[in-house]
Write a protein that binds this ligand. Structure first.
Ligand code: NAP
Length: 185
């Protein structure tokens, strides 16, 4: 049992967030829409350990402020699952720096990335201090028996994320990213 931070966990990662909540001491979920967080509260076996940080993650200062206050109140995080748009790279880096500087222990970062991350030479990996145990999870696609392809469903994404967290592999691909030209429109 540890302390978990989830960013972007109330959309397609919802079921993964519910699973994390079932085996965590404290789960802090970052988002803008409280109703989506309340959905997770309803689905959770026990919602006493859930906390919502209502913040737009593009606002780096406000995110920083909220994270620091939460850590002061509840203690450092052991794990973070982060699905953030590429437009919030500065906030992602700040988040990593805060979580690292507030613990002497190693903590795990599970960074969820879109399919395009499998193509780039330099992807959106943040600079990780030595106490970060970094894992990337790439969302791929499916090729059907009829030769057509489709993006992953929300259930496939959440199941894949749970599997990636359990396996602790450095890189996990949910579905596939090859052959790249077969990706859905
Ligand atoms: N390879 C693939 O299969 C693949 C890859 C990527 C996306 N997709 C598809 O793309 C669709 C959309 O993905 P999505 O990421 O837009 O939606 P999403 O995962 O359904 O929701 C985005 C999550 O991030 C949070 N969020 C977004 N912007 C935020 C902000 N500025 N500040 C704080 N939290 C923020 C949202 O909470 P709040 O709304 O509360 O802020 C929510 O928890 C999905 O339905 C998925 O199927 C598929």
């Amino acid at each position: 049992m540890g302390h978990d931070l989830i960013v972007g966990g109330t959309g397609m990662l919802k079921q993964a967030s519910v699973w994390i909540a079932s085996q965590s001491e404290k789960v802090v979920i970052v988002g803008r829409d409280k109703r989506k967080f309340e959905d997770i509260q309803r689905l959770a076996v026990d919602d006493d350990n859930l906390l919502f940080l209502e913040v737009d993650y593009h606002d780096t200062n406000q995110l920083t402020d909220h994270l620091i206050k939460t850590i002061q109140q509840y203690g450092p995080f052991d794990r973070a699952v982060v699905w953030m748009h590429s437009t919030a790279q500065e906030s992602l880096q700040k988040l990593v720096d805060i979580l690292s500087s507030t613990t002497k222990n190693k903590w795990s970062l599970f960074h969820v990335l879109g399919s395009a991350a499998s193509r780039r030479v330099s992807n959106r990996k943040p600079v990780c201090p030595v106490n970060v145990d970094y894992h990337e999870i790439i969302l791929g696609f499916k090729i059907l028996d009829n030769g057509e392809s489709r993006w992953l469903t929300h259930d496939e994404i959440s199941d894949g994320i749970i599997h990636a967290i359990k396996s602790r592999n450095r890189t996990s691909i949910i579905g596939r990213v090859e052959p790249w030209h077969m990706r859905p429109e």
